[in-house]
Every structure is written in structure tokens, then in C-alpha cells.
Design a protein around this ligand. Structure first.
Ligand code: NAD
Length: 463
């Protein structure tokens, strides 16, 4: 694994000052300038596709196709959407006509929040950085980017390329771990856009509160899958296994566990086994064919979950901590208090929890934190509606997993423990934008309301 050069602690306040001065300079105000910077970001990604693929491979042994499909192409798509739309997003909006107020020309100016911080996790280190970064550039903010230290090849590459493509007075990267983040969080930011786990989100929220800094928190959690026995089972199994296999299950939207009627459990796990045989027909999965776990520490954590579960392993279960590799694993007969249900799995392990019926599945979900996504596999509209109408989650998705974040035209965001605020497309722009109400009241209005507005009033209620 390559060594990542960390930014010196003394440098961090200087970068903050520089970004504040960059914002005050007004350089980010013209939409044409923001578009130019967005275009440069698109070129950064496009020109260096092979270097990014190699860096993903160095950090995760991730297959090239997966990096293209799930990281590089969606990142470019995200930049292009903002490039095409920023003029519309940033345009001043007139308030709807109202005969009482129209004379004041009420309108909304879309103002950049200022100098902002974007913090990304390790699992989709480019896409999840770009998701916030694009919104911040489009909104006209100056930006500090903090990629994850767990993916040194990617974070190093970003630090190398950013100055070659984007304006260094306006957009900077700090690389580092906890001491660097702690230094960053001592400073005042005008918005923090954080993607990562709930534990660090609490640290960030406390630091932000000291400066009353607004936050977007894109977090994770245990996203359940509810199985209706009448679903298209082979498609369900294939999609669920895919959601657990890509990036070795290190996906915030990965299906975390499946809730399956008890008498259907064996049919369901047999379908999962068939999907596994389809995905890996000739050889067992290995690093490079499937991604690795990001660190030995995370691999050990997953090994402990596999070793300590009281459920029955249907297939998989081999964990190579040294190679940081885990074969896709399905575990059945998992109880609600099992170790596999104690934390977000973030690895290629699927616990199957048997339940009596859909009512018990709903109860099970509602007894836990609101997940980022809730998945249902069913062909029955009433079944889907029952689950969605009686639960809460960031997303409610039928017959699909994971790809929700890539779908244009819908917001992405959690609720409760899975986060707050929204991103993707215009929602990312909105996160970094202050809606500044504006009016301009002409003098002639006084001739209409003079007698009612200013004292002396004609009626005095107090004797
Ligand atoms: P993490 O919370 O450990 O780290 C994210 C960032 O926080 C990194 O940049 C890291 O340097 C920083 N950080 C770590 N420890 C810190 C500390 N003590 N003080 C200050 N900053 C600190 O998250 P991760 O392990 O990289 O990512 C996995 C988590 O992210 C999962 O929970 C997953 O569900 C979530 N996630 C959410 C989304 C989403 O869009 N909702 C996307 C991907 C991942």
C-alpha cells in the first residue's frame, strides 16, 4: 500500500485563510467561472481514468469494470449535470404574484454559503467527494476537501491532480487522519458536508455546534430487505447478492440483512446459492475478481462477526485477514440479538432473519434506527405499500438495491440515525446555498397605506 503524504498541521489554518480570502475576492460569483471549474473537474476525472482505476485497484483490488460503472462514470455524470444546470439552479427566483406584496418585487437570491468543508469516507472515495464538491462549486463556495486516509492511493492521486486542474485559491485538499481532522474542525466553516459513519458524525456535529455551522450528514446504518415469497426470486437473489458483492459490500446503500418468512427461508437461501454459482461459475472469488476489505482492522472486525454469529453459515464464511478478503457469505437463522445484527456490516455478509410475516418484519425494522434504505422485493402493490407506509427510511425502494444514489431527479439523504440533509444534483447545490430573500419597496407604496402603517393610529384600544 502506498504511503499517503499528510498535510502539516501548521498548514491547515493557512489554507483556511486562503480559502476565506478566495471567497471574499468574489471570484466564485460569476456562474461562468463556476462552470469553467466544473468543466475542469470533469477533465480531471476523464483524462485520468486509468490512473484512478489503478489507484482503486491498489487500495481495494477493485475490478476496473466496477470502478468505471460505480465510481468514475457516475462522478463524471454528476459534474456534467451540474455544468448543464448551474445557470438555472443559481438564477434569481421571483416570488409568486401576490397582490399585497408584488410592488416590493419579492425574490430569492441564491447565495453561496461561503467557505465550506467536504469530508468523504473510504468506500466510494471519489464519487462521495465529488457529490458534495460539485454542489459546492456550483453554489459558488470555496471548498476544503478531506478525503479518507484509508485509501492512500486515491487520496494521494486527488491531492496531486487537483492543483493541476482547479483554481488553488478556491479549492484545496487536506490529507490526514484524526489529528488533521481535529485541526480542521477547530476552524469555522460555513457549511460542513460529511459522508461517513455515525460515530464520527457525532464528533463533527459537536465541533460544528461551537460555530453554529450548518451540516449535511450522509450516514449509513443497517438497510433491511423485506422478502415477499411471491417476488421474482431469482432476480431478487441476483440483485441482493450483487449489492453485497460490489466493493465487497462496503457500500452505504448495501442491503444489510434480509427479513424472510420462516417457511420460505430455505427457498430463499437456495436462490442466493444459485446466484452465487452464476456470478462465480469457474472459480471461487478472489482479490481482483472481487474487491478486498479496506484494511486489516476492518477484515478482523468482519472475521469476529462471522466467528461469533449463532446463525448457520449457508455458504462462504472464509475470512483471510492478511489478504483482507472475504468470500460472499450468507448466514441463515439469525436472531435479532445476534452479533451480525449489532452493527452495520459493511462487508459481503448477508444475515437472513426469519420472521413470521410482514407485520413482524415491520415491527423488527421499527424497533431499530431508521436505515438509509429500505428494500422490498415483491410483485404485490399492497405488500410494498404496507411496508413503506408503516416504516421510515432515507429511501424506500422496491425490487432493486444500491443504485438509488445514481438515479437522477430524486434526492439522496438519510433520516434519523442515517443522517440529515440531501444531496445529488440540485439537492447538492441547495446544501451549499443560502436562500436570501430580497425586496425593493418603492416610495409610492406609502401613498396607498400611509394612514394604516404609521402612527398616530386612528383607534386606540387602551384607555
Ligand atoms: P468514517 O466515519 O470512519 O470516516 C469518514 C471520514 O471521517 C474520513 O475522512 C476520516 O478521516 C474522518 N474521521 C475518522 N475518524 C475521525 C475522528 N475521530 N475525528 C474526526 N474525523 C474523523 O467512515 P468510513 O469508515 O470511511 O465510511 C464508512 C461509513 O460511511 C459507513 O457507516 C457508511 O454507511 C457511511 N457511508 C455513508 C454514505 C452516504 O452517502 N450516506 C456513503 C458512504 C459511506
Amino acid at each position: 500500500m502506498s504511503k499517503l503524504e499528510y498535510t502539516s498541521l501548521d498548514e491547515i489554518p493557512k489554507i483556511h485563510e486562503l480559502l476565506r480570502a478566495g471567497f471574499k475576492s468574489g471570484k466564485t460569483r460569476p456562474v461562468a467561472y463556476r462552470k469553467h471549474q466544473l468543466l475542469q473537474l470533469a477533465y480531471l476525472l476523464k483524462d485520468n481514468r486509468q490512473r484512478f482505476r489503478d489507484a482503486f485497484s491498489a487500495d481495494f483490488k477493485r475490478p476496473y469494470e466496477e470502478s468505471d460503472m460505480l465510481e468514475i462514470d457516475p462522478s463524471i455524470g454528476c459534474v456534467v449535470e451540474a455544468y448543464d444546470s448551474v445557470a438555472k439552479w443559481a438564477a434569481r427566483e421571483r416570488a409568486p404574484f401576490d397582490q399585497l406584496w408584488f410592488a416590493m418585487s419579492p425574490a430569492i437570491r441564491k447565495e453561496p454559503r461561503g467557505t465550506v468543508l467536504v469530508v468523504a469516507p473510504f468506500n466510494y472515495p471519489v464519487l462521495l467527494l465529488v457529490n458534495g464538491f460539485v454542489g459546492a462549486i456550483a453554489a459558488g463556495c470555496t471548498v476544503l476537501l478531506k478525503p479518507s486516509e484509508l485509501v492512500p492511493s486515491i487520496s494521494g492521486l486527488l491531492a496531486e491532480l487537483l492543483p493541476q486542474y482547479l483554481d488553488q485559491d478556491l479549492y484545496r485538499i487536506v490529507n490526514g487522519a484524526v489529528p488533521e481532522m481535529t485541526k480542521i474542525l477547530e476552524l469555522k466553516w460555513d457549511h460542513i458536508f460529511y459522508t461517513g459513519g455515525g460515530r464520527v458524525a457525532q464528533i463533527i456535529s459537536i465541533a460544528a455546534a461551537k460555530h453554529l455551522t450548518p451540516l449535511t450528514l450522509e450516514l449509513g446504518g443497517k438497510s433491511p430487505v423485506v422478502i415477499d415469497p411471491g417476488c421474482d426470486l431469482n432476480v431478487a437473489a441476483r440483485r441482493i447478492l450483487w449489492g453485497k458483492t460490489i466493493n465487497a459490500g462496503q457500500v452505504c446503500l448495501a442491503p444489510d440483512y434480509a427479513l424472510v418468512p420462516k417457511d420460505f427461508q430455505d427457498t430463499f437461501v437456495a436462490a442466493m446459492q444459485r446466484a452465487f454459482n452464476e456470478f462465480f461459475p469457474t472459480e471461487s472469488p478472489r482479490p481482483g475478481v472481487m474487491s478486498c476489505i479496506v484494511s486489516q482492522q476492518h477484515a478482523s472486525r468482519l472475521k469476529r462477526l462471522v466467528d461469533e454469529t449463532k446463525g448457520t453459515i449457508v455458504f462462504g464464511g472464509q475470512v483471510d485477514v492478511e489478504q483482507q478478503f472475504i468470500s460472499p457469505t450468507v448466514v441463515k437463522d439469525v436472531a435479532g440479538d445476534d452479533v451480525l445484527m449489532s452493527e452495520e456490516i459493511f462487508g459481503p455478509i448477508l444475515p437472513v432473519v426469519p420472521v413470521k410475516d410482514v407485520d413482524e418484519a415491520i415491527e423488527f425494522i421499527n424497533a431499530r434506527d431508521s436505515p438509509l434504505a429500505l428494500y422490498v422485493f415483491s410483485r404485490d402493490s399492497a405488500f410494498k405499500a404496507k411496508v413503506f407506509d408503516n416504516t421510515q427510511s432515507g429511501m424506500a425502494v422496491a425490487n432493486e438495491v444500491v443504485i438509488g444514489m445514481a438515479v437522477h431527479g430524486v434526492p439522496f439523504g438519510g433520516t434519523g440515525a442515517s443522517g440529515h440533509g440531501y444531496s445529488t444534483g440540485k439537492w447538492s447545490f441547495d446544501a451549499f446555498t443560502h436562500l436570501r430573500a430580497t425586496f425593493d419597496n418603492p416610495s409610492w407604496v406609502d401613498t396607498l397605506i400611509f394612514n394604516r402603517r404609521y402612527p398616530p393610529y386612528s383607534v386606540c384600544l387602551v384607555a
